[in-house]
Design a protein around this ligand. Structure first.
Ligand SMILES: Cc1cc2nc3c(=O)[nH]c(=O)nc-3n(C[C@H](O)[C@H](O)[C@H](O)COP(=O)(O)OP(=O)(O)OC[C@H]3O[C@@H](n4cnc5c(N)ncnc54)[C@H](O)[C@@H]3O)c2cc1C
Length: 593
């Protein structure tokens, strides 16, 4: 059975040594000293390690069941959900006006990594509720907020996001669900939505569905989409639950992973809905929450890699096979541990470098979101908007890759159920698909984000890298060679790729779109390169402190060196692919496939 140990020490290092959160000046961050974050993370770790992680294989084996319209979650889920609610975890970063604790989003991001690593399928129930909370909080009327948010903050009620229909997922302009206006100002919602996560289940008293639908007579395509609240049970004036609304779960999806999360067909048969925000502006409302939702999926992706890596490492230390070619390390035993083999080390170093780099990247991204929201910083908002598709697309690809690498470390045991690695691989896979496939993330990056506000944000990113290099150059020759030079070269590759798009994409958009996926990965590597250089600077500085954890800090620097030497050079390959353009990609006519 797999185990999970929350990486509190590493999180503290990122929060305090790398990001130096309490000195950033972001409102609310001054309270985030080491002791405060340690207390929160230690408490969250207990729930993650002792309650959620042991339920992960249970949820996978049992899955959810649908009987007479009621979805039953796996054994133990309700009890764990109660513990999560009682601990106030879903309310961490919610608005105090509605019962939230008002902590920065960064704090709930760190806790979210633990809960996702421990049990991703379980954590999605509150994750989806949080997404729906965000949408109502940002776009709902005061009355809607007062009616729904307090119970969603406490997770007494759940929330869902209903976009996808049988004939459309990416191209939401095609949706058919209709919303007919009624004389009392409500709408009758009719249509079918598929693959709705947490669409129906037995852990909450009510479920607040957020539904995209079209008001007849509105504009064609995405411009005619509106957003509606459709509660499972109507809510009376006094807040008590009223009649059952005409929304039902028509079936559960049988799927590759996240079995513990109910993926539902949701049928709306003239259900009563309430418009959120303006009519026909539903897509815009959805998009304002996209940064957080996509960062959350990027987090899910690397969180699966993180727990897979831990288990691979534990296995590798115990497994005795073969001998160290430079001399036996366990001469008394029948063989050495597989840790002695360079190929196993390569595998583990890849996992470690990707996981810790991803953690720093996501925490930095979360701090940019806080900076944008809490300080009203438009530049921070621009940079996180640019980085969001990179966080979602690159980190979920790398999270899955890490889970597969971890599986490989176990050899045949990685393929068996007993060790649990195969579940991490299966669960990680969905993160590359939902919340916009990774291909769509790369189109968003190249087609929209690069040119957003006249390219201002990508220029700001390059400036940031340049300033970092200038600030740290010339102090330590080895550091320059091992970190700054590779970062500079990778950043140059990224700029060159951007130039290629500018020079060729206008004439023929396929020239840019054929390279968009490589560009997203190239960008992701530069971000992780920057993160590793920042972590190395922080680790070097911390080594001088009293009582420094030298083993941890030296390992940090060594892992960074590995990333720069062995992973970052991938930017060259990505650039070469991008510069080869569209010709070979589009050479075949459809019949020739
Ligand atoms: C387990 C699970 C949970 C889900 N949860 C939810 C949920 O809670 N709420 C919800 O609304 N939806 C949910 N979804 C749906 C999910 O968001 C969609 O599956 C996803 O957005 C992709 O849509 P699609 O499956 O229709 O693929 P399609 O849109 O049919 O795309 C098929 C392929 O074509 C590519 N493609 C499509 N258009 C383009 C284009 N213009 N350019 C380049 N490539 C393109 C895509 O990248 C993809 O590889 C869930 C799905 C699953 C499997």
């Amino acid at each position: 059975m797999p185990s999970y140990t929350a990486p509190v020490k590493d999180m503290q290092f990122v929060l305090h040594d790398v990001l130096d959160v309490s000195s950033t000046g972001i409102p609310g961050y001054d309270e985030l000293d080491r002791d405060t974050t340690a207390a929160i993370l230690d408490e969250a770790a207990k729930l993650a390690e002792n309650v959620l992680a042991p339920l992960n294989p249970v949820g996978d084996a049992q899955g959810c069941t649908l009987e007479n319209g009621v979805v039953r979650t796996p054994d133990g889920f309700l009890d764990a959900f109660n513990q999560m609610r009682e601990g106030g975890w879903p309310a961490l970063d919610c608005d105090p006006e509605y019962g939230g604790q008002g902590l920065p989003y960064l704090v709930s991001t760190a806790v979210g990594e633990m809960f996702s690593s421990a049990n991703m399928a379980f954590n999605m129930y509150q994750g989806l509720t949080h997404g729906a909370y965000n949408a109502i909080h940002a776009h709902g009327s005061d009355e809607q907020k007062a009616t729904y948010l307090p119970k969603m903050v406490s997770c007494e009620w759940g929330g869902t996001m209903n976009l996808t229909e049988p004939h459309c997922g990416t191209d939401l302009g095609l949706i058919k669900t209709k919303a007919e206006p009624q004389e009392d100002g409500t709408y009758k919602i009719t249509g079918s939505k598929i693959w709705i996560s947490a669409g129906e289940h037995d852990m909450v008293d009510n479920i607040i569905h957020l539904v995209l639908a079209k008001i007849p007579g509105g504009p064609e395509g995405v411009k005619g989409i509106s957003l509606f609240i459709v509660p499972k049970f109507m809510v009376n004036q006094d807040g008590s639950l009223g009649d059952r609304n005409a929304v039902t779960c028509g079936g559960l999806e049988h799927k590759m992973g996240i079995h513990g999360n109910a993926t539902c067909v949701m049928n709306y048969d003239g259900a009563t809905g309430f418009l959120v925000g303006e009519a026909h502006k539903g897509m815009r409302a959805m998009f304002t929450m996209m940064n957080e939702a996509r960062l959350g999926v990027g987090l899910q992706g690397y969180a699966q890699g993180a727990v897979a890596y831990q288990n691979a490492l534990g296995f590798a230390k115990d497994r005795l096979q073969g001998r160290d070619v430079t001399g036996a390390k366990n001469p008394e035993g029948p063989a050495d541990s597989i840790m002695v083999h360079p190929d196993v080390r390569r595998n583990l170093m890849d996992q470690k470098a990707l996981t810790e780099g991803a953690r720093a990247f996501v925490f930095w991204g979360a701090s940019l979101i806080d900076q944008a929201h809490r300080s009203g910083d438009k530049d921070a908002e621009g940079v996180i908007s640019l980085l969001t598709p990179v966080i979602k697309g690159f980190l979920t690809d790398k999270g899955f890759e890490t889970a597969v690498l971890a599986q490989q470390t176990l050899g045949g045991s990685g393929f068996t159920r007993e060790w649990g690695l195969e579940q991490f691989v299966r669960d990680a896979r969905i993160t590359m698909i939902y919340e916009g496939t990774n291909g769509i993330q790369s189109l968003d990056l190249v087609g929209r984000k690069l040119a957003q506000d006249g390219g201002k944000h990508v220029m700001a990113f390059f400036d940031m890298v340049k300033r970092f290099i200038a600030e740290h150059k010339g102090q330590d020759e080895a550091f320059d060679a091992q970190f700054l030079e590779p970062l500079k070269a990778a950043s140059k590759d990224l700029q060159q790729a951007g130039m290629f798009f500018m020079q060729n994409g206008m004439k023929n958009p396929n020239e840019a779109l054929s390279g968009s996926y490589d560009f997203m990965h190239l960008f992701g590597h530069v971000c992780l390169g920057l993160m590793w250089a920042r972590m190395a600077v922080a680790a070097k500085a911390a080594l001088d402190g009293d009582g420094a954890d030298r083993a941890f800090l030296n390992a940090k620097i060594a892992t960074g060196r590995y990333y720069m030497a062995r992973q970052l050079p991938a930017t060259r390959t990505h650039l070469a692919r991008i510069e080869s353009g569209a010709e070979t990609v589009m050479a075949l006519d459809v019949e020739s496939f």
